[in-house]
Design a binder for this molecule. Sequence first.
Ligand SMILES: Nc1ncnc2c1ncn2[C@@H]1O[C@H](COP(=O)(O)OP(=O)(O)OP(=O)(O)O)[C@@H](O)[C@H]1O
Ligand SMILES: [Mg+2]
Length: 398
Amino acid sequence: MRVSHVALDDFRSYRHAVVELPRGTTVLVGRNGQGKTNLVEAIAYLSAFSSHRVAAEGALVRLPSNGEDAPAGAVIRVRLVSREHREDSDPREQVIELEIVRGRANRARLNRTVLRPREIVGMVRTVVFAPEDLQLVRGDPSVRRHFLDDLATQLRPTLSALRSDFERVARQRGALMKQASARMRRGMAPDLSTLEVWDQQFATLSAQLTSARFELVDRLRDPVARAYAKVSDSPRELSMSLESSVDRILGVPSGEQEQEQAGAQVQRVLDALARVREREVERGVNLVGAHRDELVLDLGGMPVKGYASHGESWSVALSLRLGAFAVLEEDGEEPILILDDVFAELDAQRRAGLAEMVSGADQVLVTAAVADDVPSSLQGHRLEVRADAQAGSVVSDA
Ligand SMILES: Nc1ncnc2c1ncn2[C@@H]1O[C@H](COP(=O)(O)OP(=O)(O)OP(=O)(O)O)[C@@H](O)[C@H]1O
Ligand SMILES: [Mg+2]
């Protein structure tokens, strides 16, 4: 798939911009801080309503300059050209719009028809590789869970609702634990009368989320290993597995629950919760559940985190992204590949390896402050991005 036009209103540094993007590779060049990342971020945001840069949506709406009224919200609108999961069908064009409104629910439109934002999740598929991705390897487990969940959401958009439901229930259950813990410390009996209801909901959602992750890791395993073999010059094999926090608590080797029925999985979460109950009340937090799952990465028998070199870590991060690309493609629709500022970080061999792997993609959007960092095989159409004090970021043919 590809995006043929992007229109932005009050998104980050953009006041109003309409940009036409061709098939194949487009390189966005411009000095630091001009709005290159902002443009690709807008497209990527539509895929799973999450950004590779911020957690808070508020930052996406343009901040007013001195004395000006704050914009009510930001609008991202794209014209999407897709093959609709069938090789032989004519490409289909759709206009997808998301309005991010300050302090209120977002609004979405598909070909001018108003929809709930959840209904447009996953229509635009993207894979973003950016310098922040080193955190996929070096950062804490939540970064890797986020990676899995964003990809799973693109494959199965209903997961978007599951994720927010789980987060809400985990927050509420956590608050209950905190209250109980505070009462204990003051020498009073903890009030756990509503806990059973919360446990049931929590266990149901947690089991669903963990099982979606197991399923995804199975699909990712081979493509990621293949990508690593290609981008690195190492004979060591990259392998991955999901370590569920429930398995950890129950002392079961990871992955054995995969074959189980949903009901049995929920029961296992409840069993694990029962085991940690006392400690949870003591410490006032949720100690087991999908929010504690970990994606374990391993290079030839050695954990990547804490052992891999800087260059190896980069190759692993890149392989995870390329693996994601392969999984989405296999699922029927090739994603738009976004390479945000990555060539400056890679050595010549990895640059060439990456360029070769992505050269056949429907659409690749590359950002670079220095155009020469981009390998010549990827020097497609070039656009210049420049920030103007009055007009905000402006995109023009270079
Ligand atoms: N909500 C916002 N409102 C106004 N300006 C914003 C907003 N969010 C970010 N910016 C501005 O956008 C600019 C950064 O744009 P962006 O990250 O796209 O730069 P870039 O061209 O990718 O630069 P680099 O080469 O350093 O990566 C900064 O000047 C920042 O202050
Ligand atoms: Mg940038």
